[in-house]
Design a protein around this ligand. Structure first.
Ligand code: GDP
Ligand code: GDP
Length: 438
Protein backbone atom coordinates (compact mmCIF):
# COMPACT_ATOMS: atom_id res chain seq x y z
CA UNK A 1 0.00 0.00 0.00
CA UNK A 2 1.48 3.38 -0.94
CA UNK A 3 2.04 5.88 1.85
CA UNK A 4 -0.60 8.62 2.29
CA UNK A 5 0.37 12.01 0.93
CA UNK A 6 -0.06 15.36 2.64
CA UNK A 7 -0.05 18.34 0.25
CA UNK A 8 1.17 21.67 1.54
CA UNK A 9 -0.46 24.73 -0.05
CA UNK A 10 -0.46 28.46 0.56
CA UNK A 11 0.66 31.65 -1.07
CA UNK A 12 4.40 32.26 -1.63
CA UNK A 13 6.68 33.11 1.30
CA UNK A 14 4.45 31.99 4.12
CA UNK A 15 7.01 29.32 5.02
CA UNK A 16 5.64 26.24 3.27
CA UNK A 17 8.97 24.69 2.44
CA UNK A 18 10.39 25.52 5.87
CA UNK A 19 7.42 23.81 7.48
CA UNK A 20 7.54 20.86 5.07
CA UNK A 21 11.16 20.23 5.97
CA UNK A 22 10.36 20.54 9.65
CA UNK A 23 7.58 17.95 9.42
CA UNK A 24 9.83 15.60 7.50
CA UNK A 25 12.61 16.11 10.01
CA UNK A 26 15.15 17.01 7.39
CA UNK A 27 17.04 20.16 6.73
CA UNK A 28 17.01 19.94 2.99
CA UNK A 29 14.41 18.79 0.54
CA UNK A 30 14.98 15.37 -0.91
CA UNK A 31 13.69 14.23 -4.24
CA UNK A 32 11.52 11.22 -3.80
CA UNK A 33 10.63 9.56 -7.05
CA UNK A 34 8.34 6.70 -6.28
CA UNK A 35 6.98 5.30 -9.52
CA UNK A 36 3.60 6.77 -10.30
CA UNK A 37 4.13 10.10 -8.64
CA UNK A 38 5.03 13.04 -10.82
CA UNK A 39 8.75 13.59 -10.87
CA UNK A 40 8.99 17.34 -10.57
CA UNK A 41 7.53 17.74 -7.13
CA UNK A 42 9.43 17.10 -3.96
CA UNK A 43 8.13 14.30 -1.78
CA UNK A 44 9.57 13.95 1.66
CA UNK A 45 9.02 10.95 3.87
CA UNK A 46 7.72 11.92 7.31
CA UNK A 47 6.47 10.08 10.34
CA UNK A 48 4.76 10.90 13.57
CA UNK A 49 3.68 8.47 16.30
CA UNK A 50 4.51 5.52 14.05
CA UNK A 51 2.35 6.79 11.21
CA UNK A 52 4.24 7.28 7.99
CA UNK A 53 3.32 9.59 5.19
CA UNK A 54 4.82 11.73 2.46
CA UNK A 55 4.86 15.50 2.51
CA UNK A 56 4.69 17.31 -0.80
CA UNK A 57 5.34 21.01 -1.09
CA UNK A 58 3.20 22.23 -3.95
CA UNK A 59 4.97 25.56 -4.39
CA UNK A 60 3.25 28.90 -4.07
CA UNK A 61 -0.43 29.04 -4.91
CA UNK A 62 -1.69 32.36 -6.27
CA UNK A 63 -4.95 33.37 -7.80
CA UNK A 64 -3.79 36.68 -9.17
CA UNK A 65 -4.84 36.62 -12.80
CA UNK A 66 -1.84 38.68 -13.87
CA UNK A 67 0.44 35.81 -13.12
CA UNK A 68 1.88 34.42 -16.27
CA UNK A 69 2.12 30.83 -15.05
CA UNK A 70 -1.24 30.76 -13.34
CA UNK A 71 -2.76 27.83 -15.24
CA UNK A 72 0.42 25.82 -14.82
CA UNK A 73 0.65 26.52 -11.11
CA UNK A 74 -2.95 25.57 -10.56
CA UNK A 75 -2.51 22.45 -12.55
CA UNK A 76 0.47 21.46 -10.43
CA UNK A 77 -1.49 22.01 -7.26
CA UNK A 78 -4.43 20.07 -8.63
CA UNK A 79 -2.24 17.09 -9.44
CA UNK A 80 -0.76 17.17 -5.95
CA UNK A 81 -4.22 17.38 -4.43
CA UNK A 82 -5.54 14.52 -6.49
CA UNK A 83 -2.98 12.23 -4.87
CA UNK A 84 -3.27 13.67 -1.37
CA UNK A 85 -5.15 12.37 1.66
CA UNK A 86 -5.03 15.71 3.47
CA UNK A 87 -4.05 19.32 2.84
CA UNK A 88 -1.95 21.50 5.05
CA UNK A 89 -2.83 25.10 4.31
CA UNK A 90 -0.08 27.44 5.50
CA UNK A 91 -0.65 31.13 6.24
CA UNK A 92 1.57 33.83 7.71
CA UNK A 93 0.71 34.78 11.31
CA UNK A 94 2.77 37.94 11.10
CA UNK A 95 0.89 39.43 8.18
CA UNK A 96 -2.56 38.23 9.28
CA UNK A 97 -5.13 37.08 6.71
CA UNK A 98 -4.64 38.62 3.27
CA UNK A 99 -7.06 38.58 0.35
CA UNK A 100 -4.84 35.98 -1.33
CA UNK A 101 -5.33 33.66 1.68
CA UNK A 102 -9.08 34.09 1.40
CA UNK A 103 -8.94 33.09 -2.25
CA UNK A 104 -6.98 29.95 -1.47
CA UNK A 105 -9.37 29.19 1.40
CA UNK A 106 -12.45 29.61 -0.81
CA UNK A 107 -10.92 27.27 -3.34
CA UNK A 108 -9.95 24.68 -0.72
CA UNK A 109 -13.46 24.68 0.72
CA UNK A 110 -14.63 23.37 -2.66
CA UNK A 111 -12.23 20.42 -2.53
CA UNK A 112 -13.31 17.29 -0.75
CA UNK A 113 -10.18 16.84 1.33
CA UNK A 114 -9.56 17.44 5.02
CA UNK A 115 -7.74 20.77 5.46
CA UNK A 116 -5.54 21.71 8.39
CA UNK A 117 -4.77 25.35 8.84
CA UNK A 118 -1.22 26.12 9.99
CA UNK A 119 -0.55 29.70 11.05
CA UNK A 120 3.18 29.94 10.59
CA UNK A 121 5.80 32.34 11.95
CA UNK A 122 4.22 32.25 15.42
CA UNK A 123 7.40 32.08 17.44
CA UNK A 124 5.99 33.48 20.65
CA UNK A 125 3.42 31.23 22.33
CA UNK A 126 1.36 34.11 23.80
CA UNK A 127 1.25 36.20 20.66
CA UNK A 128 0.84 33.09 18.57
CA UNK A 129 -2.63 32.40 19.93
CA UNK A 130 -3.76 35.90 19.04
CA UNK A 131 -2.13 35.71 15.63
CA UNK A 132 -3.73 32.37 14.92
CA UNK A 133 -7.17 33.47 16.11
CA UNK A 134 -7.40 35.98 13.26
CA UNK A 135 -7.62 33.09 10.82
CA UNK A 136 -10.88 31.63 12.11
CA UNK A 137 -12.52 33.87 9.56
CA UNK A 138 -11.21 31.69 6.71
CA UNK A 139 -13.88 29.16 7.64
CA UNK A 140 -11.52 26.18 7.67
CA UNK A 141 -11.77 25.27 11.33
CA UNK A 142 -9.19 25.71 14.04
CA UNK A 143 -6.03 27.60 13.11
CA UNK A 144 -2.88 26.07 14.63
CA UNK A 145 -0.14 28.47 15.70
CA UNK A 146 3.22 27.04 14.61
CA UNK A 147 6.74 28.07 13.76
CA UNK A 148 8.44 26.24 10.95
CA UNK A 149 11.75 27.73 11.98
CA UNK A 150 11.62 26.89 15.69
CA UNK A 151 9.29 23.93 15.59
CA UNK A 152 6.82 25.04 18.23
CA UNK A 153 3.23 23.99 17.73
CA UNK A 154 4.14 21.37 15.15
CA UNK A 155 3.45 18.47 17.57
CA UNK A 156 -0.21 19.45 17.99
CA UNK A 157 -0.50 20.01 14.28
CA UNK A 158 0.91 16.57 13.49
CA UNK A 159 -1.43 14.93 16.02
CA UNK A 160 -4.34 16.43 14.14
CA UNK A 161 -2.85 15.65 10.78
CA UNK A 162 -2.35 11.91 11.33
CA UNK A 163 -5.90 11.66 12.66
CA UNK A 164 -7.02 12.60 9.14
CA UNK A 165 -4.86 10.07 7.31
CA UNK A 166 -6.27 6.72 6.21
CA UNK A 167 -5.45 3.84 8.55
CA UNK A 168 -2.83 1.46 7.20
CA UNK A 169 -4.32 -1.86 6.16
CA UNK A 170 -4.55 -4.26 9.03
CA UNK A 171 -2.61 -7.41 8.37
CA UNK A 172 -4.64 -10.22 9.87
CA UNK A 173 -3.04 -13.59 10.49
CA UNK A 174 -6.05 -15.32 8.91
CA UNK A 175 -5.29 -13.74 5.51
CA UNK A 176 -5.07 -16.17 2.65
CA UNK A 177 -1.58 -16.85 1.35
CA UNK A 178 -1.40 -17.43 -2.40
CA UNK A 179 1.15 -20.15 -3.13
CA UNK A 180 2.22 -20.94 -6.69
CA UNK A 181 3.72 -24.37 -7.28
CA UNK A 182 6.04 -24.08 -10.26
CA UNK A 183 8.76 -26.16 -11.80
CA UNK A 184 9.56 -28.27 -14.84
CA UNK A 185 7.25 -31.09 -15.90
CA UNK A 186 7.51 -34.22 -13.76
CA UNK A 187 9.36 -32.66 -10.83
CA UNK A 188 6.40 -33.61 -8.65
CA UNK A 189 4.20 -30.51 -8.51
CA UNK A 190 0.95 -32.45 -8.64
CA UNK A 191 2.26 -34.94 -6.11
CA UNK A 192 3.08 -32.09 -3.74
CA UNK A 193 -0.27 -30.46 -4.26
CA UNK A 194 -1.78 -33.81 -3.58
CA UNK A 195 0.17 -34.16 -0.39
CA UNK A 196 -1.17 -30.78 0.72
CA UNK A 197 -4.79 -31.28 -0.06
CA UNK A 198 -5.33 -35.01 0.39
CA UNK A 199 -5.92 -37.78 -2.08
CA UNK A 200 -9.41 -36.78 -3.14
CA UNK A 201 -8.64 -33.50 -4.84
CA UNK A 202 -6.00 -34.37 -7.41
CA UNK A 203 -5.09 -37.59 -9.06
CA UNK A 204 -1.37 -38.22 -9.45
CA UNK A 205 -0.32 -40.31 -12.33
CA UNK A 206 2.62 -40.42 -14.69
CA UNK A 207 0.10 -40.77 -17.49
CA UNK A 208 -0.92 -37.53 -19.11
CA UNK A 209 -4.37 -36.11 -19.11
CA UNK A 210 -5.59 -37.54 -15.83
CA UNK A 211 -5.26 -34.64 -13.45
CA UNK A 212 -7.99 -32.19 -12.64
CA UNK A 213 -8.22 -29.05 -14.73
CA UNK A 214 -9.08 -26.42 -12.13
CA UNK A 215 -6.09 -24.36 -11.13
CA UNK A 216 -6.65 -22.97 -7.65
CA UNK A 217 -7.22 -25.12 -4.63
CA UNK A 218 -7.93 -23.48 -1.31
CA UNK A 219 -6.87 -25.43 1.75
CA UNK A 220 -6.61 -24.71 5.42
CA UNK A 221 -3.81 -25.86 7.63
CA UNK A 222 -3.48 -24.99 11.32
CA UNK A 223 -5.77 -22.00 11.01
CA UNK A 224 -4.03 -20.57 7.95
CA UNK A 225 -5.72 -20.54 4.56
CA UNK A 226 -3.63 -21.19 1.46
CA UNK A 227 -4.62 -20.72 -2.14
CA UNK A 228 -2.56 -23.25 -4.04
CA UNK A 229 -1.99 -22.18 -7.62
CA UNK A 230 -1.17 -25.27 -9.59
CA UNK A 231 0.42 -25.05 -13.00
CA UNK A 232 0.61 -28.79 -13.55
CA UNK A 233 -3.02 -29.75 -13.91
CA UNK A 234 -3.70 -27.74 -17.02
CA UNK A 235 -0.46 -28.69 -18.65
CA UNK A 236 -1.29 -32.33 -18.31
CA UNK A 237 -4.58 -31.83 -20.03
CA UNK A 238 -2.85 -30.05 -22.85
CA UNK A 239 -0.11 -32.65 -23.19
CA UNK A 240 -2.27 -34.17 -25.83
CA UNK A 241 -1.78 -31.11 -27.98
CA UNK A 242 1.72 -30.04 -27.06
CA UNK A 243 3.50 -33.22 -26.15
CA UNK A 244 4.99 -34.12 -22.77
CA UNK A 245 7.90 -31.73 -23.08
CA UNK A 246 5.66 -28.68 -23.28
CA UNK A 247 6.83 -26.56 -20.44
CA UNK A 248 4.16 -23.91 -20.28
CA UNK A 249 6.52 -21.25 -19.05
CA UNK A 250 3.99 -18.49 -19.59
CA UNK A 251 1.55 -20.21 -17.33
CA UNK A 252 4.26 -20.51 -14.71
CA UNK A 253 5.03 -16.80 -15.11
CA UNK A 254 1.36 -15.93 -14.63
CA UNK A 255 1.14 -18.10 -11.54
CA UNK A 256 4.25 -16.41 -10.12
CA UNK A 257 2.64 -13.03 -10.63
CA UNK A 258 -0.46 -14.05 -8.69
CA UNK A 259 1.45 -15.58 -5.81
CA UNK A 260 2.59 -14.28 -2.46
CA UNK A 261 5.00 -17.18 -2.11
CA UNK A 262 6.34 -19.34 -4.94
CA UNK A 263 7.33 -22.94 -4.34
CA UNK A 264 10.02 -23.54 -6.91
CA UNK A 265 10.12 -27.32 -7.18
CA UNK A 266 13.34 -28.94 -8.32
CA UNK A 267 13.88 -32.60 -9.08
CA UNK A 268 16.61 -33.91 -6.79
CA UNK A 269 17.64 -36.43 -9.42
CA UNK A 270 18.15 -33.83 -12.15
CA UNK A 271 19.52 -30.95 -10.08
CA UNK A 272 19.14 -27.33 -11.13
CA UNK A 273 18.50 -26.89 -14.83
CA UNK A 274 18.43 -23.84 -17.04
CA UNK A 275 14.63 -23.82 -16.91
CA UNK A 276 14.75 -23.71 -13.10
CA UNK A 277 17.08 -20.75 -13.32
CA UNK A 278 14.72 -19.00 -15.68
CA UNK A 279 11.86 -19.42 -13.23
CA UNK A 280 14.08 -18.22 -10.40
CA UNK A 281 14.91 -15.10 -12.40
CA UNK A 282 11.26 -14.35 -12.89
CA UNK A 283 10.50 -14.80 -9.19
CA UNK A 284 13.13 -12.19 -8.36
CA UNK A 285 11.88 -9.81 -11.05
CA UNK A 286 8.33 -10.06 -9.80
CA UNK A 287 9.44 -9.54 -6.23
CA UNK A 288 7.74 -12.68 -4.96
CA UNK A 289 8.69 -14.60 -1.82
CA UNK A 290 10.06 -18.07 -2.51
CA UNK A 291 10.82 -21.48 -1.02
CA UNK A 292 13.13 -23.84 -2.92
CA UNK A 293 11.63 -27.30 -2.72
CA UNK A 294 13.96 -30.12 -3.72
CA UNK A 295 11.63 -33.04 -4.30
CA UNK A 296 12.22 -36.81 -4.73
CA UNK A 297 14.75 -36.76 -1.93
CA UNK A 298 13.78 -40.38 -1.25
CA UNK A 299 15.27 -41.36 -4.60
CA UNK A 300 18.73 -39.98 -3.79
CA UNK A 301 21.52 -42.26 -2.66
CA UNK A 302 22.28 -40.64 0.67
CA UNK A 303 25.81 -42.00 1.04
CA UNK A 304 27.06 -40.10 -1.91
CA UNK A 305 24.81 -37.10 -1.80
CA UNK A 306 24.33 -35.51 1.58
CA UNK A 307 22.01 -32.57 2.10
CA UNK A 308 25.05 -30.43 2.81
CA UNK A 309 26.76 -31.16 -0.51
CA UNK A 310 23.53 -30.91 -2.37
CA UNK A 311 22.62 -27.57 -0.89
CA UNK A 312 26.06 -26.17 -1.66
CA UNK A 313 25.60 -27.13 -5.27
CA UNK A 314 22.05 -25.78 -5.31
CA UNK A 315 23.19 -22.42 -3.93
CA UNK A 316 25.91 -22.12 -6.53
CA UNK A 317 23.40 -22.63 -9.30
CA UNK A 318 20.70 -20.41 -7.77
CA UNK A 319 22.68 -17.37 -6.76
CA UNK A 320 19.97 -14.78 -7.14
CA UNK A 321 17.71 -16.77 -4.85
CA UNK A 322 20.31 -16.82 -2.07
CA UNK A 323 17.69 -15.35 0.28
CA UNK A 324 15.26 -18.23 -0.25
CA UNK A 325 15.11 -21.12 2.20
CA UNK A 326 15.62 -24.58 0.74
CA UNK A 327 13.95 -27.78 1.89
CA UNK A 328 14.50 -31.39 0.82
CA UNK A 329 11.32 -33.37 0.65
CA UNK A 330 9.61 -36.40 -0.76
CA UNK A 331 6.07 -36.02 -2.00
CA UNK A 332 5.91 -39.81 -2.27
CA UNK A 333 6.81 -40.64 1.32
CA UNK A 334 5.55 -37.35 2.74
CA UNK A 335 8.94 -36.64 4.31
CA UNK A 336 9.12 -32.97 5.46
CA UNK A 337 6.17 -32.01 3.26
CA UNK A 338 4.32 -30.45 6.17
CA UNK A 339 7.38 -28.40 6.99
CA UNK A 340 7.11 -26.65 3.62
CA UNK A 341 4.11 -24.74 4.94
CA UNK A 342 6.14 -23.47 7.89
CA UNK A 343 8.65 -22.00 5.46
CA UNK A 344 5.79 -20.58 3.38
CA UNK A 345 4.37 -18.87 6.47
CA UNK A 346 7.73 -17.39 7.37
CA UNK A 347 8.33 -16.12 3.84
CA UNK A 348 4.80 -14.66 3.56
CA UNK A 349 5.20 -12.86 6.87
CA UNK A 350 8.53 -11.33 5.82
CA UNK A 351 7.15 -10.42 2.42
CA UNK A 352 4.45 -8.16 3.85
CA UNK A 353 6.21 -6.90 6.95
CA UNK A 354 6.42 -3.15 7.44
CA UNK A 355 9.22 -1.75 9.58
CA UNK A 356 9.01 1.69 11.14
CA UNK A 357 11.26 4.45 9.88
CA UNK A 358 12.87 4.72 13.31
CA UNK A 359 13.99 1.09 13.14
CA UNK A 360 15.16 1.39 9.51
CA UNK A 361 17.37 4.29 10.54
CA UNK A 362 18.74 2.43 13.53
CA UNK A 363 19.86 -0.33 11.19
CA UNK A 364 21.47 2.21 8.88
CA UNK A 365 23.33 3.92 11.71
CA UNK A 366 24.57 0.62 13.03
CA UNK A 367 25.64 -0.53 9.56
CA UNK A 368 27.52 2.73 8.95
CA UNK A 369 29.31 2.37 12.25
CA UNK A 370 30.69 -1.05 11.37
CA UNK A 371 31.57 -0.27 7.83
CA UNK A 372 31.70 3.22 6.42
CA UNK A 373 30.75 3.87 2.80
CA UNK A 374 33.48 3.66 0.18
CA UNK A 375 35.53 6.64 -0.88
CA UNK A 376 35.71 7.18 -4.64
CA UNK A 377 38.99 7.63 -6.49
CA UNK A 378 38.33 11.36 -6.40
CA UNK A 379 38.30 11.15 -2.62
CA UNK A 380 34.55 11.62 -2.25
CA UNK A 381 32.72 9.59 0.29
CA UNK A 382 29.17 8.34 0.08
CA UNK A 383 26.80 9.42 2.81
CA UNK A 384 23.44 7.94 3.77
CA UNK A 385 21.20 10.56 5.32
CA UNK A 386 18.01 8.74 5.89
CA UNK A 387 15.98 5.67 4.98
CA UNK A 388 12.36 4.70 5.02
CA UNK A 389 10.36 1.68 3.92
CA UNK A 390 8.21 2.73 0.98
CA UNK A 391 6.30 -0.45 0.25
CA UNK A 392 5.67 -4.07 1.13
CA UNK A 393 5.32 -7.27 -0.94
CA UNK A 394 8.20 -7.11 -1.44
CA UNK A 395 9.63 -4.85 1.24
CA UNK A 396 11.27 -1.82 -0.42
CA UNK A 397 13.41 0.70 1.36
CA UNK A 398 14.37 4.09 -0.05
CA UNK A 399 17.77 5.35 1.00
CA UNK A 400 18.44 9.06 0.65
CA UNK A 401 22.10 9.58 -0.03
CA UNK A 402 24.40 12.36 -1.16
CA UNK A 403 25.29 10.61 -4.42
CA UNK A 404 24.15 7.11 -5.32
CA UNK A 405 27.13 6.68 -7.69
CA UNK A 406 29.48 6.63 -4.71
CA UNK A 407 28.05 3.35 -3.45
CA UNK A 408 29.52 0.36 -5.20
CA UNK A 409 27.83 -3.04 -5.49
CA UNK A 410 29.78 -4.44 -2.60
CA UNK A 411 28.60 -1.79 -0.25
CA UNK A 412 25.04 -2.03 -1.51
CA UNK A 413 25.05 -5.74 -0.87
CA UNK A 414 26.45 -5.12 2.58
CA UNK A 415 23.61 -2.73 3.42
CA UNK A 416 21.04 -5.14 2.06
CA UNK A 417 22.53 -7.92 4.16
CA UNK A 418 22.31 -5.70 7.23
CA UNK A 419 18.62 -5.09 6.64
CA UNK A 420 18.04 -8.79 6.17
CA UNK A 421 19.91 -9.81 9.27
CA UNK A 422 18.81 -7.06 11.60
CA UNK A 423 15.18 -7.04 10.52
CA UNK A 424 14.95 -10.82 10.16
CA UNK A 425 13.66 -10.88 6.59
CA UNK A 426 13.66 -14.52 5.38
CA UNK A 427 12.41 -15.94 2.15
CA UNK A 428 11.60 -12.62 0.52
CA UNK A 429 13.55 -10.38 -1.83
CA UNK A 430 14.02 -6.88 -0.48
CA UNK A 431 14.54 -3.87 -2.67
CA UNK A 432 16.71 -0.89 -1.98
CA UNK A 433 16.26 2.38 -3.85
CA UNK A 434 19.33 4.57 -3.72
CA UNK A 435 18.20 8.17 -4.14
CA UNK A 436 20.67 10.97 -4.69
CA UNK A 437 19.92 14.27 -3.09
CA UNK A 438 19.44 16.88 -5.78
P1 GDP B 1 7.43 29.29 0.94
O1 GDP B 1 7.63 30.18 -0.21
O2 GDP B 1 6.02 29.35 1.43
O3 GDP B 1 7.90 27.89 0.75
O4 GDP B 1 8.27 29.93 2.15
P2 GDP B 1 9.73 29.60 2.68
O5 GDP B 1 9.72 28.35 3.51
O6 GDP B 1 10.68 29.68 1.57
O7 GDP B 1 9.93 30.82 3.70
C1 GDP B 1 9.75 32.15 3.28
C2 GDP B 1 10.42 33.06 4.26
O8 GDP B 1 9.78 32.98 5.53
C3 GDP B 1 11.86 32.71 4.48
O9 GDP B 1 12.60 33.89 4.61
C4 GDP B 1 11.85 31.95 5.82
O10 GDP B 1 13.07 32.12 6.52
C5 GDP B 1 10.72 32.65 6.54
N1 GDP B 1 10.08 31.74 7.49
C6 GDP B 1 9.67 30.48 7.28
N2 GDP B 1 9.17 29.95 8.39
C7 GDP B 1 9.24 30.88 9.36
C8 GDP B 1 8.88 30.94 10.74
O11 GDP B 1 8.37 29.97 11.32
N3 GDP B 1 9.09 32.08 11.40
C9 GDP B 1 9.65 33.18 10.79
N4 GDP B 1 9.82 34.23 11.52
N5 GDP B 1 10.02 33.16 9.50
C10 GDP B 1 9.82 32.04 8.77
P1 GDP C 1 4.47 -32.63 -12.17
O1 GDP C 1 4.52 -32.83 -13.63
O2 GDP C 1 5.52 -31.66 -11.71
O3 GDP C 1 3.13 -32.30 -11.62
O4 GDP C 1 4.93 -34.01 -11.51
P2 GDP C 1 4.04 -35.21 -10.90
O5 GDP C 1 3.55 -34.86 -9.54
O6 GDP C 1 3.04 -35.65 -11.90
O7 GDP C 1 5.16 -36.32 -10.72
C1 GDP C 1 5.89 -36.81 -11.83
C2 GDP C 1 6.46 -38.19 -11.50
O8 GDP C 1 7.39 -38.11 -10.42
C3 GDP C 1 5.39 -39.17 -11.07
O9 GDP C 1 5.70 -40.41 -11.63
C4 GDP C 1 5.52 -39.22 -9.58
O10 GDP C 1 5.11 -40.45 -9.04
C5 GDP C 1 7.00 -38.98 -9.37
N1 GDP C 1 7.26 -38.34 -8.06
C6 GDP C 1 6.67 -37.23 -7.59
N2 GDP C 1 7.15 -36.93 -6.36
C7 GDP C 1 8.07 -37.87 -6.09
C8 GDP C 1 8.95 -38.10 -4.95
O11 GDP C 1 8.95 -37.41 -3.94
N3 GDP C 1 9.77 -39.18 -5.03
C9 GDP C 1 9.79 -40.00 -6.10
N4 GDP C 1 10.64 -41.01 -6.09
N5 GDP C 1 8.99 -39.80 -7.18
C10 GDP C 1 8.15 -38.77 -7.17
Amino acid sequence: MPLPIVAIVGRPNVGKSTLANRLAGVQEAIVYDEPGVTRDRTYMPAYWCDREFLVVDTGGLVFDDDTEFLPLIRQQVMVALSEASAVLFVVDGQTGPLPADEEVAAWLRQQSLPVLLAVNKCESPEQGLMQAAQFWELGLGEPYAVSGIHGNGTGDLLDQLIAHLPQPEEITPTNEIAVAIVGRPNVGKSSLLNAFVGESRAIVSPISGTTRDSIDTVVEHQGQTYRLIDTAGIRKKKNVEYGPEFFGINRAFKAIRRADVVLLVIDALDGVTEQDQKLAGRIVEEGRACVLVVNKWDAIEKDTYTIYDYEKNLRERMQFLDWAEAIFVSATTGQRVEKILELVNRAAESHKRRVSTAVVNEVIEEALRWHSPPVTRQGRQGRIYYGTQVSVQPPAIALFVNDAKRFNDNYRRYIERQFRQQLGYTGTPIRLFWRSKQ
